[in-house]
Design a protein around this ligand. Structure first.
Ligand code: G3H
Ligand code: 13P
Ligand code: ZN
Length: 330
């Protein structure tokens, strides 16, 4: 058993408290390799932002839980070495069972998500409650989910989204004891969040997706005043990266994300955590394709992973400063 406290990590409690009062959101960036982690830490130190490092089941399978735990420990030491001690949470993204959550808690995670959103309501309550009991006994915070996002949530694929029902949130939160709640208001996972036919065209020709359901978010805030809300599926799918990927031989179809101003608006509400994974994948892939296309003789991974890391860092700094508002809050 390794407590996150031994690793120099924190849970989400104080972080969310400050984010709620300060009307910003904590960035929750997924990672599964060293370059992503370096970029996240460099960006968050330079912008003085707290950060949630998220690990999905796919990331655990890819990278190994012992390595990931020690990378998170190293991230804290690295931040101090870079000159600023930022609060860091190590969070399990989309935990699928009590056993997965327990394993992560026992291995130094300071926060876990138990995603029972696809289960019948009462089963979601029972499973989430069980995780909360174990987690709270170890001072680990828990994120639950109500409502279903379209797209792929860790291998579970949903064609359509089911918005969170505001009339369920009080019952769910009080019976489970969760510390935060992920909701469904129109975001979805991956790089294809909307179909072009569901979008309108701006004057410059760009596709404008339908707005998020802020009316549902407001109802939830009325039901649960000052309770930390989480938005999954919040990549903006920057078209510069989509273009870069296409220009250098990639094939992406209908890649449309959540406009930044929608996320900015969400961040100033009860939304305290915003999950971003796909944008990092797009940035890395775009840069790696470009470098390899321009330098076909290059075979040192550092020569393409290095520039990808630089671009990632730039992107995370932009998000902290201009989208989530978490810069200068650490
Ligand atoms: O929840 C979605 C995340 O982007 C996880 O993705 O399971 O492929 O690592 P992954
Ligand atoms: P994106 O696919 O929009 O980056 O969402 C990531 C996410 O919600 C991870 O839990
Ligand atoms: Zn998610």
């Amino acid at each position: 058993m390794t407590s996150y406290k031994e690793l120099g990590l924190v849970n989400t409690r104080e972080m969310f408290d400050k984010a709620m009062k300060g009307k910003y959101a904590i960035p929750a960036y997924n990672f599964n390799n060293m370059e992503q982690l370096q970029a996240i830490i460099q960006a968050c130190v330079e912008t003085k932002s707290p950060v949630i490092l998220q690990v999905s089941k796919g990331a655990r399978d890819y990278a190994n839980i012992n390595l990931l735990r020690n990378m998170a420990r190293g991230a804290g030491e690295y931040a101090k070495e870079l000159g600023y001690d930022i609060p860091i949470v190590l969070h399990l993204d989309h935990g699928d069972s009590f056993e997965t959550c327990k394993e992560c808690i026992d291995n130094g995670f300071s926060s876990v998500m138990i995603d029972g959103s696809h289960l019948p309501y009462e089963e979601n309550v029972a499973l989430t409650r069980k995780v909360v009991e174990y987690a709270h006994a170890h001072d680990v915070t828990v994120e639950g989910e109500l409502g279903v996002l379209a797209g792929i949530e860790d291998a579970v694929s949903h064609e359509v989204s089911h918005y969170t029902k505001p009339e369920e949130v009080v019952d769910f939160v009080s019976r489970t004891g969760v510390d935060s709640l992920a909701i469904s208001i129109g975001t979805s996972h991956g790089a294809n969040k909307f179909k072009p036919e569901d979008c309108t065209r701006a004057e410059d020709g760009t596709l404008v997706p339908p707005p998020l359901r802020f009316d549902i978010l407001e109802e939830i805030e009325e039901q649960l005043p000052n309770f930390p809300i989480v938005l999954h599926g919040s990549s903006s799918v920057p078209q510069e990266y989509v273009q870069m990927i296409m220009q250098y031989g990639g094939k992406l179809k209908d890649s449309i994300g959540i406009p930044e101003e929608q996320l900015r608006k969400a961040a100033s509400s009860a939304v305290c955590k915003i999950n971003i994974d796909s944008d990092g994948r797009l940035a890395m892939t775009g840069v790696i394709r470009k470098v390899l296309a321009e330098k076909p003789g290059e075979f040192d991974p550092r020569k393409y992973l290095g520039p990808a890391r630089e671009e990632l860092k730039r992107m995370y700094m932009h998000k902290n400063r201009n989208v989530l508002g978490s810069a200068d809050q650490a």
